[in-house]
Design a protein around this ligand. Structure first.
Ligand SMILES: [Zn+2]
Ligand SMILES: [Zn+2]
Length: 346
């Protein structure tokens, strides 16, 4: 099969690759669409992603729509041959304490599609075929386009973050960072009744995109009158802040902009260096500071949100290129001003 294989920094090659073997409990998928994620961009730019350093060349990609072409096993978890599915790329063990208590995103044995987090790295979906466990598949409604199906995984990240905060209905919500995940988090908060939903980003174009997508207001986090603007929007501060930029100043600012008793949810990756925190403010304001990692079992709910029209993901897909233009697609996706989601079709 054709596959886009990452060999190192700025070195991704279209090569012939063996079709994955179909082991027990697994299904073989023929890829129709695959999105380029921020983590794929890190692997492409640097050859590694955070602490994940691949030990050999591998195939990237974990946001996908595909057709089931073969299954090895039977049971309720097995999709039918011919079904069109998206995939939860995190294959948790299913047996540990976390898996059994509904927190499979904390499973220490997770195998992530298209990732250097395992040794050897696990091949992903930027290829004609990929193999996943049957229960990783989520069937897409007939009317949902392939591009939207490949957006369900990033939407699941946003949905997980909203769930970590508890309810957002009626709450004053700020999302810091207007990239794909930040925007998706803002739209999910809006779909679940947060009011107002405010997004902050230092890039003016991203603030405009957020307004176009339907957030109630935007903020420039470097503006001199920021505190006054927040006061006008919220009174005493935000009930919940979702930090999706991974920028240290954004996290620091969140502690000042959250109301007493409010919640901060960390979604963005802040790098490996420690960040100083205003611990006294956490205590005096009784701030809840939470992490949100990937997603739990939220994929079917994410599909319903999109299928019902509550969240329109079409504006997110800024380019769709064929797999053999992978290098061009990576460069396009790296343009943080012009691009939101760049996808590949097969
Ligand atoms: Zn992703
Ligand atoms: Zn587990």
């Amino acid at each position: 099969m054709n596959a886009a294989v990452l060999h190192g920094a700025k070195d991704i090659r279209l090569e012939q690759f063996r079709i994955p073997e179909l082991q027990a409990g697994m299904v073989l998928l023929k890829i129709r669409r695959v999105g380029i994620c921020g983590s794929d961009l890190h692997y492409f730019a640097d050859g590694y992603c955070g602490s994940f350093v691949p030990t050999r060349p591998f195939i990237l990609g974990h946001e996908l729509t595909a057709e089931v072409v073969a299954v090895n096993g039977e049971g309720a978890n097995m999709p039918a041959i011919g079904a069109r599915v998206t995939v939860n790329p995190a294959r948790a063990c299913g047996f540990c304490t976390y898996c059994k208590s509904g927190r499979s995103n904390l499973c220490r044995q997770t195998i992530m599609l298209g990732s250097g987090s395992t040794n050897p790295p696990t091949n992903g979906a930027m290829a004609e075929y990929v193999s996943v466990r049957g229960d990783q598949c989520h069937v897409l409604p007939d009317g949902m386009e392939d591009g939207l199906g490949a957006m369900i995984e990033p939407l699941a990240v946003a949905l997980q973050a909203i769930k970590r905060a508890g309810t957002v209905a009626g709450q004053r919500v700020l999302v810091t960072g207007g990239g794909t995940i930040g925007l998706l988090t803002a739209l999910t908060a809006r779909a679940y009744g947060a009011i107002p939903v405010v997004l902050s980003d230092i890039v003016a174009e991203r603030r405009q995109t957020a307004l176009d997508c339907g957030v109630d207001a935007v903020l420039d986090p470097t503006a001199p009158k920021l505190e006054q603007a927040v006061k006008t929007l919220t009174g005493e501060g935000f009930d919940a802040i979702f930090e999706a930029s991974g920028a240290r100043p954004a996290l620091r600012q969140a502690f000042d902009l959250v109301r007493p008793g409010g919640t901060i949810v960390q979604i963005g990756t802040l790098g490996s260096a420690d960040v100083p925190l205003p611990a006294n403010e956490v205590m005096v304001k009784e701030i809840q500071f939470l992490g949100s990692f990937r997603y739990g079992d939220v994929f079917d709910e994410a599909i319903r949100l999109v299928a019902s029209g509550r969240i329109d993901l079409n504006p997110f897909i800024t380019s769709v290129l064929p797999l053999n233009e992978i290098t061009k697609a990576m460069h396009l996706a790296g343009d943080k001003v012009q691009a939101l989601k760049v996808q590949l079709h097969l």
